[in-house]
Design a protein around this ligand. Sequence first.
Ligand SMILES: *[C@@H]1O[C@H](CO)[C@@H](O)[C@H](O)[C@H]1NC(C)=O
Length: 330
Amino acid sequence: MEFRRTCIFIFTLGALMIFIYIKWDWNLVWRLIPEPALSSAAAEPQWEDPGPYHVAYPRNYKFIMDDTPTCHTKTPFLVLMVHVATSDVAARDTIRRTWGSEKLVLGQLVETLFILGLPGGADAEQQQEKLKQENLQHHDLIQSNFQDSYHNLTIKTMMMLEWLAAHCVEASYVMKIDSDMLLHVTNVVKLLLDASRAKQNYMTGLVWWHSPVLRNPFNKFYMPGKVIADPEYPPYPLGMAYVMSLDLPAKILSVSPQIRPIFIEDAYLGMCLKRLGISPTDPPEETMFIVDPKHPLSSCSLSKVVAVTTTSIPQMTSYWERSRQPDAKC
Ligand SMILES: *[C@@H]1O[C@H](CO)[C@@H](O)[C@H](O)[C@H]1NC(C)=O
């Protein structure tokens, strides 16, 4: 009994001395926490693995190439943001030669930019060098330092919105368009010049109003119930080509931290729009946005289209040439 009491006394005395010592020198407390853990956590945040259904966004990505005069010395009415694979120089050159060359349309300035991440693969360094040369010639590449890949399209979209929100709020509209599309520039400008067209909270394209969340694990858009519980996505314009008013990028970015980004980029924008209480708008004509037509388009159909998917570079070129011919017979 006596021994136990002595032990308790010594222990209490020890604890008291440690306490006094710590009170005496608070720095000791900090010195007890391992130094390297603290400083490395501050310099390089430990990001969580996004897993197969989400993407690595937000992260501290930067823009490593964006010396374009667009939205810097020139304020366009419409900015065309083309999503293109880093290696697809042929698509970029074709667009520069065809619809990307239309810069003054119905009196409105239209500018085309290409948005890229980092090239991958064994020849990544060489590719990056070629991209620098390409940009030196055209000054139309916007590149951020995330890994460019199909799975990372949502990152590309969010970085596009970040760039627009930082540089292009003076411009009126942006159109995101994939590099395999034919764009009828006159028709999209006409659509946006329409007096009744909304200047704010406006988004249009081929709107999917009741897109089901796919539960078949073999589908490439499979999404388990633990990620998205709802049976349907909120309405969203199909990612191949959509237009938004330039107030929307900042608004979407403001709600994005509340909604973990999924890898399906257009559905994710729908989720952000819903949080904002904004609904996309159907285009005035069904003929305007066409995905994977069964047959090549007639000149009449081409004259009514805003954007249509193409199957090859020659088809895009011929569509563009035909869409420029006046008075298509309908
Ligand atoms: C997506 O980008 C992030 C950031 O660069 C990268 O860590 C990740 O490996 C990329 N994922 C794919 C599938 O490319």
